[in-house]
Design a protein around this ligand. Sequence first.
Ligand code: BMA
Length: 326
Amino acid sequence: MTVTYPPLPHIPWQERPAGCSDVVWRYSANPVIPRNLIPSANSIFNSAVVPYGEGFAGVFRCDNRKREMNLHRGFSPDGIAWKIDDDPIQWRFPDPELSHFQYRYDPRVVWIEDRYYVTWCNGYHGPTIGIGYTYDFNEFVFLENALLPFNRNGVLFPRRINDKYVLLSRPSDNGHTPFGDIYLSQSPDMLHWGEHRFVMGVKSWTWQSTKIGAGPVPIETPEGWLLFYHGVLTSCNGFVYSFGAALLDLEQPWKVIARGGPYLLSPQTQYECVGDVPNVTFPCAALYDQPTGRIALYYGGADTVTALAFARIDEVIDFVKSTSEI
Ligand code: BMA
């Protein structure tokens, strides 16, 4: 069984600028979502977008003016102009215990079988991975915390693999974690997670030397699962968040087939280098138009705004394979 990617003729898109040879290039009108798009927001970043109806829907990380972190719903006809609710998503809880949370942030959204699943970093006595779902971006149901604290960057694969749901995550600590590798867990029912596997770790003296974490939902290709992920370097001025890509085995996705050596994008523009947390590019979503191979990546800039970048899937795969260092 392979994932069906409906054609996205209206995917946000710009051709690579003349003279640019980067595999991933930025949208010229970035950022697409300014920090103050809605009145309650201090910042809107690290957010997830999926095709929905004739256009797009999203779950957005909005930090409010009390600096509380929460998830808001949004819609867009073109993936660029967004209407985001000023109030956070209200979840339905199967168990009232789950309604106690300290924060919600860094959502990912994925269509699996019959509904959209949302995963995010859920503050439940420390950061862990919350999982919920929606059929219509109107009613949202919280399922469970997938894992024990402390964990971040929970990302679901878009189909069952060997009949199990598969979740990437990054075991962490309760602060601004100075370490972190990507692991994977499996579940028969989205509730019970086990059969944990190591996927990949940091690489000393590179852009991904301090910690790494899965980014957008992996994209299925004949060459493997294409995973964009962020990597962090500790400079004398603090963390620097860049992102790159790897290919994972289709049937045993904890096996890394290839892993690009250089980053694909690192903080270099004003909106990536200056903001509430300087020097952060943090991708949480990728739209994929399979007939043309076009990819639109949504990423947070400096923990403040949401930006777009573009790539072609065959070029990203070539890059990962030709620069691979495992
Ligand atoms: C991580 C997360 C991200 C954030 C990054 C940089 O630990 O909190 O949401 O973008 O730090 O501050």
